[in-house]
Design a binder for this molecule. Sequence first.
Ligand SMILES: NC(=O)c1ccc[n+]([C@@H]2O[C@H](COP(=O)([O-])OP(=O)(O)OC[C@H]3O[C@@H](n4cnc5c(N)ncnc54)[C@H](O)[C@@H]3O)[C@@H](O)[C@H]2O)c1
Length: 320
Amino acid sequence: MTDDRHALRSVKVGIVGAGRVGATFAYTLLLRGLVGEIVLVDLDRDRARGEAMDLAHAAPLSYPERIRAGTYDDLSGAGIVMIAAGASQKPGESRLDLSKRNTEIFRSIVPQVVKNAPQAILLVATNPVDLLSYVAWKLAGFPSQHIIGSGTVLDTARFRHLLAEHLGVDPRNIHGYIIGEHGDSEVAAWSRTAVAGIPLDEYCTRCGCGFSEDEKHGLFEKTKNAAYEIIAAKGATSYAVAAALGRIVEAILHNQRSILSVSTRVPESEGFGDLYLSLPAVLGSSGVERVLSLPLSKEEHEALKRSASVLREQIEALHL
Ligand SMILES: NC(=O)c1ccc[n+]([C@@H]2O[C@H](COP(=O)([O-])OP(=O)(O)OC[C@H]3O[C@@H](n4cnc5c(N)ncnc54)[C@H](O)[C@@H]3O)[C@@H](O)[C@H]2O)c1
């Protein structure tokens, strides 16, 4: 094992919120052999203990990672702490009320994480993820490149999956991003979408595979509404979000400098104000190393500005 591999294998990852997202993320890390140790922290200690036991029994069949339930003290030395703790929206509850409840939950979690794992990169999955990433940044007092939201990495995967199905090619050969809010105001950067480096419209012309504006609209709506559809069918989403979180962790731990649409504090030069939203960003061992300013069509840029103002309103409504 090289020094680098050794360092990776010894990395401790903390997970706060061992619910469906947290436990599935732990399983993703385990099956990929990405880390050395996983600590699950949850208000519901029995749930964390049960998940840790179940996961640990898979270690002899995958990678010998240490998995255990613990307290905040056990996060000491963690390189990454992922937070997926939070309440879900109650029937009839507004988005703002949910934001307030989850902000209160973050007030009880983030200081404990900071105290015990001051060197960690914080990865936020709790919804609304852009807002909660901003809240985590405010509460932690860490440099913003160390507080990362899962953002639209998941939405981007859904977009590429649907495009791949439509075009009949491997989704890994499609470059394209969903940007802005992880939510209803998100934006598809169609003008920057390419297949094997060929701009999408040109690819379709060359291949003779039609892609009408109506079809594009339908595909984007399916991307945006996928979570609603899955939640209506099975109650929650877990696998793809866990894979997205695993991909982010891989990029950080292997210093891959991968470009992923994580939620991050956008540079002032974008003119969106002080907020977190998703733009393609370079991710490596020091977290978000650079946020890319994506050249967009006029309509896309207007839509991104609208998405940013939705997020600014959410932040202002919280009176942090
Ligand atoms: N960012 C994304 O792409 C994405 C995708 C799916 C779900 N989510 C979000 O992830 C979050 C978790 O979803 P889930 O399906 O795992 O929910 P879940 O209800 O299964 O799990 C939430 C867990 O948080 C724990 N918890 C609540 N308050 C806590 C506290 N103060 N301290 C420690 N633990 C606490 C609960 O006990 C529970 O185990 C939700 O906010 C959901 O909307 C985000």
